[in-house]
Ligand binder design. Sequence first.
Ligand code: BGC
Ligand code: CA
Length: 410
Amino acid sequence: MKKVLIAMLVMVIVGSFAFAGGSNESAGSAAAAETAAPVRNADKPVVFYNRQPSDPVSGEIDMTTMNWNDSTFYVGFDAAGGGAVQGQLIVDYLATADPAVIDRNGDGIIGYVLCIGDVGHNDSRARTEGIRKALGTWNGSTDPGSVQEGSANVGGTTMKVVELEGRAMTGTDGSTWNANAATDAMSGWATRFGNQIDMVVSNNDGMAMGCLQASNYPAGVPIFGYDANADAIEAIGAGTLTGTVSQNVDAQAAGTLQVLRNLLDGLTGEDVWTKGITEPDQYGNQISAEMVYLPETKALLAQNTGVNSSNWTQYTEGTRDAGIKQTDAPTKRVLLTVYNSADNFLSSSYVPALRYYAPLMNIDLNIVQGDGQNEGSCLDRFTNTSNYDAFAINMVRTNSGADYLSRLQY
Ligand code: BGC
Ligand code: CA
């Protein structure tokens, strides 16, 4: 009984102290002199997700940002592996296609157009590379238009492959991966290239679905996306989209929250990226899908799988990870940014997954969504940081890590 009373007393003290820390930092530090020190913002967990801190031109990982503190990690998916999966999906499709059907103008060349997305984003770059390498059009650069003539096995015949045009899809508002820009581009391509277009490839589903929206989309021309968003999976079922790649959004969203949970529970070292991931965590939870940890970049990555008419039913909505169940973990507050509220993948796949898993882990998320073009649309609301226990960051530009971290200095 005595123990219970003491525990309750401690909880009351800690509770009021946390409150003081949240609303008024100086009151918090005064109290700190007598009781335990409050967690400084600079020591709180930070997980970057979906947009890996990196140089938008060279793609080099921003290790200064990643080494901000011992509790800074990136959670994403194997981008390079995913590009290869997408390339293979396309190559496999061509291998069983009928040259007489797919080569619409019968010139012996497979002509394709490419929606690149965001030229300054590692995921986009990895897909451009994977696709071009698979089709032989890779000439060492992910830039739009930087290609060579390729070749592929089409139904047993080797045919030339030509990238007719590749374009970064920037919206009129400056946002990237823009689906409307893809609709406009597709209608321009259909007019300009006509039946030279035998195939459409897109670095995400949002832009692929955008292409299918073009009123002059050449009916029946195979088209590939990436992400396995619900509408894309449905389109595969309906036969309008040929294939996509799942980057396993459930593993990523649950992984982002799991790493935060582990850090908030005081786990250190490899427990941070193994508990709940490769082995059960402190609550008996474990993400079912495989995730790989890369210590050199502090990155925890989900794996990719190709999706087409043979397996799309396994990817329909509502397939949440049964390995994550309700916990009795202490409630913690996390401020999470989303670079663009209009991004199809984040808004239709990632955020719903976060909203599903966060309450199970007793993580109280405050989600701030930006406009995809001005860093300020997220950064200006990355405030009142002392009110939160941890942070999850998705930046507009992948080299803005320092701007967010500078708000966590004190
Ligand atoms: C997704 C894209 C999305 C982007 C946002 C990528 O991993 O595949 O669909 O637009 O992340 O940062
Ligand atoms: Ca042709």
